[in-house]
Design a protein around this ligand. Structure first.
Ligand code: SAJ
Length: 453
């Protein structure tokens, strides 16, 4: 590239950086979901003019009225949204042509994987194809969605260049800054967790850092795009593998009539060990998906992946391991799953959450219903499963705890046992592991504890 062109680009990037530092730069966030909306609110509150672009008109209407469309408890978000909308710092629209005035565009759309664990980039491609014709000269585009390594190079850059007629690093700039948020802690995570700042060039990464400094009070680590894509997917694949180890150890302890809950306590006394919590499965919007995104990044590279897929299969199978404990317990009462009535406690993917994405309980319920059991589900946080546990337990043959919601830890066990037709309690999260139910009164089976035959 000629020296003059390089200088022109560096000058353009330097001007953008100055406008970001002075907050004159106009921002846009494409995708106002559980990540995009808090991000838009935080940059607005930091003093930027932010335009939110969202395809769901109802969500746009709510946001422009200062009302948060996000369910579940998100401390501070509703108040912050009302504030920034009322002081005209944040506006939402469905119209992409409004992006022509935007200097920095953040993309926060969903990037799921399908039943074959292949990324589905329809939302990402749609956002890019809609943005490209309206891309302002020398604008900076930052993808915050979690994407497979190589996606910036193989999907994002080509679409933007082809559909805008612009060239990366000359007419526009490009980066990847993966979000690190947990439902229930969106605002606090966005400001307190460090961010990996992947720039298509080092200068782009520096300009991105000048942006995130306005809302992040933690490390902003500059790197290239592919490293940023790998870090995000690897941090969740790593957690998935850790959980899978705990789950496989639980099955070992069950088979050896030992107690994984005690075993893990003692193992973790050894320096540098951190056996995670065994459980009835791994759900949510991140952990079940991101390992497959990481694997997809090397799909054509002949890298023999064993650990990451194996961990996914172990964790996906845990609801069936819970069903096996139930079957064995029923068999001791000469009862099959067929025709039995089972009360399942917990449908959300995480304790004290209303988020049911990739819920392990769904796997359990599907299995039980295929075995012709009658299944009743309770969950205090999900509207269609709310109810009174003791009433729901009436005439049930067994209770299966799938989620450690606080409500279940203080359940009236005496009343529960009286309501049940058989005193069977399957503990999928070890909530009573340290205080097992009375063997005289219950047929108690706990994932990871022996004597389950
Ligand atoms: N789970 C276990 N055993 C464990 C931990 C979790 O079975 O020891 C299960 C949970 O029950 C749940 C699933 O795994 O079904 C996921 O739980 P999670 O605690 O990982 O919660 P997530 O899905 O919200 O994960 C997010 C991730 N954060 C981001 O992607 C930014 C993850 O990287 C974090 O480590 C996690 O929050 C966290 O705990 O902060």
């Amino acid at each position: 590239m000629e020296a003059s062109v390089i200088n022109e680009n560096l000058l353009a990037l330097s001007n953008l950086k100055q406008n970001i530092e002075s907050k004159k730069a106009k921002l846009a966030v494409i995708g106002l979901g559980y990540v995009g909306l808090p991000v838009a609110c935080m940059f607005s509150d930091a003093g930027f003019d932010v335009l939110g672009v969202e395809i769901i008109q109802e969500r746009v209407n709510k946001i422009n009225q200062g009302i948060s469309p996000i369910e579940g408890k998100e401390p501070g978000l509703a108040e912050l949204l009302a504030k920034v909308v009322n002081n005209n710092k944040l506006k939402a629209t469905t119209q992409y042509d409004a992006l022509t005035t935007r200097d920095v565009i953040l993309i926060d759309v969903e990037t799921p994987v399908d039943e074959n664990n292949i990324p589905r980039y329809e939302a990402l491609r749609s956002a890019l194809n809609s943005l490209a014709p309206h891309l302002k000269q020398h604008a900076l585009v930052i993808v915050e969605s979690t994407i497979a390594p190589g996606t910036m190079r193989e999907v994002v850059q080509p679409i933007l260049e082809e559909k805008s007629g612009k060239r990366v690093n000359i007419d526009f700039f490009l980066g990847n800054c993966p979000e690190r948020v947990m439902p229930g802690k969106l605002l606090s995570n966005l400001c307190s967790l460090s961010r990996v700042v992947g720039g298509n060039t080092p200068q782009t990464a520096e300009t991105m850092i000048s942006l995130y400094q306005h809302i992040v009070q933690a490390d902003l680590d500059p790197t290239d795009c592919v490293t940023a894509e790998i870090v995000k997917t690897a941090e969740n694949a790593y957690r998935d593998v850790q959980i899978a180890f705990a789950n496989e150890l639980a099955l070992i302890c069950q088979a050896l009539d030992s107690d994984v809950w005690r075993v893990r306590e003692l193992v973790n006394k050894s320096p540098g060990r951190n056996v995670h919590l065994p459980g009835a499965g791994v759900g949510g919007h991140c952990i079940p998906k991101d390992p497959w995104l990481l694997a997809y990044g090397v799909k054509d590279k002949h890298v023999p992946l064993h650990l990451i897929p194996a961990a996914r299969h172990i964790n996906d199978h845990m609801p069936i391991e819970v069903a096996k404990l139930l079957k064995h317990a029923l068999a001791t009462c000469k009862k099959n799953l067929q025709g039995s009535r089972i009360l399942v406690l917990g449908y959300a993917y995480l304790e004290n959450s209303d988020d049911d994405r990739n819920s392990p309980t769904k796997t359990l319920v599907d299995y039980l219903q295929k075995e012709n059991a009658e299944v009743i589900v309770h969950d205090p946080f999900i509207s269609q499963y709310k109810g009174h546990v003791i009433h729901l337990a009436e005439n049930a043959h067994a209770v299966v705890l799938m989620v450690a919601h606080s409500e279940y830890l203080t359940i009236d066990l005496e009343r529960l046992r009286t309501a049940l037709r058989l005193p069977i309690f399957i503990d999928g999260r070890g909530v009573f592991a340290h205080h097992p139910l009375d063997e005289e009164e219950w047929i108690y089976r706990c994932l990871g504890k022996g004597n389950n035959e």
